[in-house]
Design a binder for this molecule. Structure first.
Ligand code: UD2
Length: 310
């Protein structure tokens, strides 16, 4: 049994992680301001303590870190949408960069003992460079405030780890999908919007021609990657792509979803979203070399996702 802090723990990725951590009999403190997350996402368990709070309250986070003795810290709280960050650049900076810097600076200053700290960066840091697949050592090209702040924090995590010998690791998530993804915002993950449209017979809009490609990654694989990295002491001071390693167009995934649900989408087309990237998929050799990463075939992950809402 170990003690975990999960920021953004009521969100899609965070709450799936908390489910697994509870099953493994750990104690978990969740800090989440419910800007995207839902308290209902969290399992009913005396092992989970939920604190409704923003990570941008630096004094609160500093006191929490000093009072509790966390073994593991998982930093998932974020303004999670690229398009949203284009609308709210300063708030994005405060959440995605400054708040996380406050956390790692507190750990350094207070010399807090820790087994591992994990930070979720994003495929967005690669930008729209045509070189594919995206590989960790490639030059980055952050095109939005979201990507700038994710990259800045990722670098801070790596630099702190190397400068002060701290057990910090960062990953770049590609397009994660699965149960508990919230479809309620126009900035929600596209597969949650697509599944919601199919389930409730709503129209679906392609931004662009639907030929854009993504590396759709099933949530169970992401949770196994997070847990694996937390428990691999030598994985520190590095960034890892977390993805399925497959390139799929939005049109293709929409076709598969229609086949699985047996329904037909009513589609329309609008202009490409500001800051959108045309093509994205990952080279996953680096994470695979550690031996624990799973890669659920896309159709299997989609079937599990559809089953979870029926
Ligand atoms: C994902 C991540 C983001 C960041 C980025 C890195 C999500 C929710 N967001 O952004 O955090 O890491 O990857 O590149 O995973 N689309 C439609 N119709 C809709 C909604 C979306 O056509 O109703 C398009 C959208 O314009 C984009 C694609 O679908 O081309 C994927 O959109 P998304 O919001 O799921 O994810 P993305 O890749 O913009």
């Amino acid at each position: 049994m170990a003690k975990y802090l999960v920021t953004g723990g009521a969100g899609f990725i965070g709450s799936n992680l908390v489910d697994t951590l509870v099953q493994e009999d750990n104690q978990i403190v969740v800090v989440d301001d419910l800007s995207m997350g839902l308290v209902e996402n969290l399992p009913q368990s005396d092992k989970v303590r939920f604190l409704e709070h923003s990570i941008t309250d630096h004094a609160f986070m500093r006191a929490l870190l000093q009072e509790e003795h966390f073994d593991y810290i998982v930093l998932l709280a974020a303004i999670a949408s690229v398009a949203d960050s284009v609308e709210r650049p300063y708030e994005t900076h405060q959440v995605n960069q400054e708040a996380n810097l406050n956390i790692i600076e507190t750990i350094r200053q207070e010399q807090l003992p820790l087994k591992k700290l994990f930070f979720a960066s994003s495929a967005a840091v690669y930008g729209d460079d045509p070189a594919l697949p995206k590989q960790e050592e490639m030059a980055v090209k952050p095109l939005t405030q979201y990507a700038v702040d994710k990259y800045a924090t990722e670098r801070a995590i790596i630099n702190y780890s190397r400068l002060y010998d701290l057990p910090f690791v960062a990953v770049r998530f590609f397009n994660v999908f699965g149960p508990k993804q919230n479809p309620s915002s126009p900035y929600s993950g596209v597969l949650s919007i697509l599944l919601n449209a199919l389930t409730h017979d709503l129209p679906f809009t392609f931004f662009g021609d639907g030929g854009q490609t993504r590396d759709f990654t099933f949530i169970n694989d992401v949770v196994s990657a997070i847990v694996g990295l937390l428990h691999t002491p030598e994985a520190k001071g590095e960034v890892f792509n977390i993805a399925n390693g497959q390139q799929t167009s939005l049109q293709a995934v929409a076709t598969t979803m229609q086949q699985i649900t047996g329904k037909t989408l009513a589609v329309s087309y609008q202009a490409t979203r500001a800051g959108d990237i045309r093509d994205s998929y990952a080279n996953v050799d680096k994470i695979n070399a550690l031996g624990f990463m799973t890669h659920t075939p896309l159709a299997e992950g989609l079937r599990a996702y559809v089953a979870s809402v029926q």
